[in-house]
Design a protein around this ligand. Structure first.
Ligand SMILES: NC(=O)c1ccc[n+]([C@@H]2O[C@H](COP(=O)([O-])OP(=O)(O)OC[C@H]3O[C@@H](n4cnc5c(N)ncnc54)[C@H](OP(=O)(O)O)[C@@H]3O)[C@@H](O)[C@H]2O)c1
Length: 277
């Protein structure tokens, strides 16, 4: 479905780069199908350097949003929320209802985008995480009033090529943001801490980080591939009177569970506060 589509990524920063890198790495699209934009001429070199370090061929980056949007079948809006109004004003005259607009901006609602773009433009709101650059991203999607099943499939194909995808009610986007978009930050801290433990016990930092990160990856795969409840999988690792139960008791005493729950709830509250658009 994407092989014949031109995609404009407006705002090739951290996330825009991650999406493009992931799409190219997956082989879903060729570099010639992508045009990217940034906000400044200095930004062009930065974005090209990042992308070209990761991809085999060159993706064109410019600052002309109108030109990029006009020629695209799919327009991905990946600027910061505070730059969104200006961007929408600029590209609005170039858009028509045969195109699909996908916004990845946090705190920018479908209603806001639809009001700005008007003329029944199909819009999908997406909340990916930066792991899309590795092909193991997690993206939540919500469809606007004018997005058909076909548009939903196109958006799904884009984000499926760089990880997993769920459609969910837009009302849950703050929760989604707090859990899976902010989630890598929490889990980096967990991996960093486990690696510190390894260092404390005499393992080199490099090896300790590999042990921790690969263990996190394998654990996630166990859950996704077996479909088992995490508690049951945890039980299967915990030998009676063994060492794991002692480690788990420390986690309980340190209130790991409630801390993680509170972290996600707090981040969701913050996302709600940030909701200006
Ligand atoms: N990072 C994440 O993990 C993540 C996750 C989910 C959603 N998001 C959403 O993704 C969006 C981008 O976040 P980010 O972390 O990638 O930010 P970022 O790294 O600051 O990237 C923003 C990019 O937008 C460009 N830009 C600014 N004004 C522009 C304009 N008028 N036209 C075209 N490009 C323009 C900037 O270019 P210059 O550098 O030249 O100014 C920069 O390349 C945000 O709305 C955020 O809410 C991010």
């Amino acid at each position: 479905m994407l092989s014949a589509k031109n995609i404009a990524v407006l705002g090739v920063g951290t996330l825009g780069t991650a999406i493009i890198s992931g799409l190219l790495k997956s082989g879903t699209i060729k570099p010639s199908q992508i045009r990217g934009t940034v906000g400044s001429t200095e930004g062009i070199k930065k974005a090209e350097a990042k992308l070209n370090a990761k991809a085999d061929s060159v993706v064109k980056i410019a600052t002309d949003n109108l030109a990029a949007a006009k020629d695209a079948d799919i327009v991905i809006l990946a600027v910061k929320p505070q730059n969104m109004a200006k961007l929408l004003e600029t590209i609005s005259p170039a858009l028509n209802k045969n195109q699909l607009v996908i916004s990845v901006a946090a705190a920018v609602s479908l209603a806001y985008l639809e009001k700005y773009l008007s003329s029944q433009i199909p819009i999908i709101r997406a909340m990916p995480n930066t792991c899309v650059s590795t092909g193991a991203g997690m993206t939540g999607l919500a469809a606007g009033a004018y997005a058909s099943d076909n548009h939903k499939q196109v958006a799904q194909e884009i984000f499926k090529s760089v990880g997993e995808v769920v459609f969910l009610d837009e009302k849950l986007f703050n929760a989604l943001t707090a859990l899976s978009a902010s989630g890598p930050a929490y889990l980096y801290v967990v991996i960093e801490s486990l690696a510190e433990a390894g260092v404390k016990l005499g393992i080199s930092r490099e090896t300790a980080t590999l042990l921790a990160a690969q263990t996190m990856l394998g654990t996630a795969k166990m859950i996704l591939e077996t479909g088992e409840h995490p508690a049951l999988l945890k039980d299967s690792v915990t030998t009676p009177a063994g060492c794991t139960i002692d480690g788990l008791m420390e986690l309980e005493e340190g209130k790991l569970r409630v801390t993680l729950i509170k972290a996600v709830v707090k981040a969701a509250q913050r996302a709600q506060e940030l909701l200006p658009l």
